[in-house]
Write a protein that binds this ligand. Structure first.
Ligand code: CUA
Length: 310
């Protein structure tokens, strides 16, 4: 039942999307008609009532009470329709149904973290069951971000030291892009995520799976992708914003202050939690210290994964 997207608007994939679109289209059509009417009458009047000679004195025109009443009453009615309609949609958008499933969202430079009621967590990928209202309770760990899913027609700022929330109900199974729409630093445009809308059974299975333990290297690899590390660090030896991370363990590194150190476990750990401490020569000190908030288990897994890269 989802509307087909067009070059005009993305697919309408949430329970409120079509209400938002209907209002948008109404305002757009009314504005277009009024705009055309104003432009056409302007052109008509310019030609019809132009000054034809120096002696020409236009005849005096008596105002029409009906015409004046019409252009007061009609726009008033139109704006009241738009206000009432918009207010209703606004109330719907800002009131999550009481049976909503709550997911906590944490935005950080530059990734999204999600925590589910059962304690499971995910990064970048937001898993939700189809046909169930989902309430997102959102906050930021650093600067202002903004959570935007075009197909759901929801967008909301995510702010440090305060909760904001949005809700949606996905109408079809599928994958929908999450964008950050508030400029939040160097990798803002890469702060992408994906809403993975699955059936209730798949969602329950996924929650179960999350509680099982992965081997450290596999967990580390998963975290590496989820936290978008590959945006700045290649694992095939090529140069990105930061140095490549393969073949690193046990070699001697040179730093921009002329010091050197052997890349052992402690060096790897320090470079994750306190990236400014030792900056590899020839690279900018560009990495944020966000990752200090990872759990010990996650850091151990990342270190294990980095050691495994050849
Ligand atoms: Cu986060 Cu832009």
């Amino acid at each position: 039942m989802g509307d087909q997207g067009s070059s005009w608007l993305p697919d309408a994939m949430s329970s409120v999307a079509r209400d938002v679109d209907a209002l948008f289209n109404f305002v757009l059509i009314v504005s277009t008609i009024l705009f055309a009417a104003v432009i056409v009458s302007t052109i008509y009047f310019v030609i019809r009532y132009r000054r034809r000679s120096d002696q020409y004195v236009p005849e005096r025109i008596k105002e029409s009470k009906w015409l004046e009443a019409a252009w007061i009453i009609l726009p008033t009615i139109l704006t009241m329709i738009i206000f009432t309609w918009g207010f209703r949609v606004f109330i719907t958008l800002s009131t999550p149904p009481p049976d909503s499933y709550q997911i906590t969202v944490r935005a950080k430079q530059w990734f999204w973290e999600f925590e589910y009621s059962e304690g499971a967590t995910s990064t970048s990928d937001l898993y939700v069951p189809v046909g169930k209202p989902i309430k997102l309770l959102m906050s930021s760990g650093d600067v202002i971000h903004s959570f935007f899913v075009p197909e759901f027609r929801i967008k909301h700022d995510v702010i440090p030291n305060r909760y904001t929330s949005v809700w949606f109900e996905a109408t079809e199974v599928g994958e929908y892009r999450i964008y950050c729409t508030e400029y939040c630093g160097q990798q803002h445009s890469m702060m992408l995520g994906m809403v993975r809308v699955v059936t209730q059974e798949e969602f329950d299975d996924w929650l179960d799976e999350q509680s099982q333990d992965l081997p450290p290297v596999e967990l580390g690899e998963r975290l590496f992708t989820q936290y978008n590390c590959q945006v700045c660090h290649a694992t095939d030896g090529s140069r990105l914003i930061g140095p490549p991370l393969n073949g690193l363990f046990g070699i001697t590194r040179e730093f921009d202050d002329g010091m050197t150190a052997v890349a052992d476990d402690n060096y790897l750990r320090e470079s994750i939690v306190n990236p400014g401490a030792k900056v590899v020569a020839g690279y900018p000190n560009a990495m944020v210290a966000t990752y200090g908030s990872l759990s010990t288990k996650q850091i151990d897994a990342l270190v294990a994964y980095l050691k495994s890269l050849e």
